[in-house]
Write a protein that binds this ligand. Sequence first.
Ligand code: NAD
Length: 519
Amino acid sequence: IDNFISCTLHFTGNSFKLNSTFVIPNTKLFINGKFVSSQTEEWIDLHNPSTNEVINRVPKSTKTEMEDAVSSAKETYKSWCKTSPLHRQKIMFKYQNIIKNNLEKLAKTITEEQGKTLSDAEGDVFRGLQVVEYCCNIPSLLMGETLSNVTKDMDIHSYRVPIGVTAGIAPFNFPAMIPLWMFPVAAVCGNTCVIKPSEKDPGACMMLMEMFNEAGAPPGLVNVIHGTNDAVNFICDHPDIKAISFVGSDIAGKHVYERGCKNGKRVQSNMGAKNHGVVLPDANKVRSINQIIGAAFGAAGQRCMALSTLILVGETKNWLSELKEKSQKLKIGYGGDPNVDVGPVISPQAKQRILKLIQSGIDEGASILLDGRNITVPGYEDGNFIGPTILINVQPHMQCYKEEIFGPVLICLTADTLDEAITIINANPYGNGTALFTTNGAYARKFTNEVDCGQIGINVPIPVPLSIFSFTGSRGSFQGDLHFYGKQAICFYTETKTVTQLWNEIDTEEENTTSMPTI
Ligand code: NAD
């Protein structure tokens, strides 16, 4: 058990005594198909959010290590880009199977490092696995277009080619799913990759590398570096990296988009959100309330698609007492306990930021309907727990409305009509997701047409599209042109070559011309 325990055996006269010391393990780098120890002198402590004990140390990769990762990806690209899509497909089939068989193991690591409940962590892996399954269809997905006889004896066809070394920068909240949005798609399109997982929970990503090796990925196809701003800036500036996929907060996402684009790279940047749920009086009350609770407080509100803002239309404001009653029944605690519904938030700093936003809402005139601020979990007194919290009478000018809270806090506004609710949503700068709860098809259609968000749910509180579609957040939640996974990701990770060819008997009567050919 590398790094875990150091044992010393002492002879004490007539018996041996075993002394064991817990040594905090170090996260390795993954370069050229091998797990290597970093030579850095700068390490980041990784805490279990339920206890705040240090359970791992993550290196800030040195410049040389990061260069090695890119060089390995660049070298492997030379041969990998020539492999057939069927060969890549075979690796993906194996990979899909290996991940499926290790789903629980991955989920356990996620729960320890990130805090979410085990069943939620399994969902994290499962949604990433679906992208791998999508990648198994790569031969069809890479097919181009053909038109024969565009003029006499002339045909045109186009096909997709890889772009080179790509990079992925991931956030902490989906440690398996989001890296899986990135490197499998880049790889099946014929690219190689450098991934920088979140420094807060890289464990699942490292396990996914081991599994990729086992599936037959050649050394250098995917490499993993660790760190924070310096590693991100290294990726943005490196001339051999052609494209960057980023998922995370606004501040980092805008920075990566601007710096990467300035350096001539293709960048897709998924950022923060403020997802509104709208409840109409005709909605099914029990189902809607259950769905809202799950979507607001699940994963302790740390999902970019969390339904963090509720607009109660008309008489549905009378549903608040039932919403409160059911929300306070959720069990808060260590995510590994199967009875727990809501785990901790990622860090003491995140907890403080969330508490500050709740207080700002109260100071600005909102009322607290359910207060989860002073919660203690027996046996986990040092964990970063906040119980489900509901703020009512919230107005759009308040800080708690304007900022993404990213915690188990539901803020509630009211509106007299659906039109008013749509106006509120469209005035908010974010455009990640939204949901309408109704039994009226005409209202659903109006909402779908008029609301300006990339992902819309009708009686679906977290409308994250399946991997055959794309994750289509818009406005302040996204910068770039082409989205993650689905067909758009195939376009992101490839360029198109278009070939126009003329095959006929040479006509000796042909004359030269200096005019623009009109075909
Ligand atoms: P984060 O921005 O702090 O970290 C994301 C990545 O950027 C990490 O790898 C981190 O090391 C790096 N980073 C952080 N600050 C940086 C800086 N100043 N300069 C350069 N790099 C930096 O995000 P997080 O806290 O890990 O994740 C939560 C955020 O991610 C939330 O805002 C959430 O909405 C968003 N998110 C969005 C989506 C989406 O698809 N829209 C999905 C998941 C999470």
